[in-house]
Design a protein around this ligand. Structure first.
Ligand SMILES: [Ca+2]
Length: 118
């Protein structure tokens, strides 16, 4: 399993979408996580620069690993509001729930296979 090494993988201190997808894919190797990854990356890339800087990275870690409910809700809203117009349309809801379900399904399938292999 590959982990992110900031000095080695992000020498300029910025995490690119390609590197993010590469690391993310090691955790979810099946189920084509590209679409889901793109939405997660977009919601973390606060200034829409195409790269996640250290401040955005720390904010993402803080929110997803124990942030207060309001921060988590704001982050989730950003992820669902794909076009950033301030409202979540039905198509956006369907898109995010769809890609999330695929990731969860493949993750559960992988765990099921691993559990019954040993
Ligand atoms: Ca929207």
């Amino acid at each position: 399993m590959k982990f992110l090494c900031i000095q080695r993988d992000c020498p300029d201190g910025l995490l690119s979408k390609t590197k993010f997808l590469e690391v993310y894919s090691t955790f979810f190797p099946t189920g084509n996580p590209d679409k889901f990854c793109n939405h997660v990356f977009r919601s973390f890339d606060g200034d829409n620069s195409g790269k996640i800087d250290f401040k955005e990275f720390l904010l993402a870690i803080n929110i997803t690993s124990g942030g207060d409910p309001k921060s988590k809700l704001n982050w989730a809203f950003t992820m669902y509001d794909i076009d950033g117009n301030g409202t979540i349309e039905k198509d956006e809801m369907v898109e995010i729930i769809g890609v999330s379900l695929i990731i969860v399904l493949f993750w559960k399938l992988e765990n099921f296979k691993i559990q019954y292999m040993y």
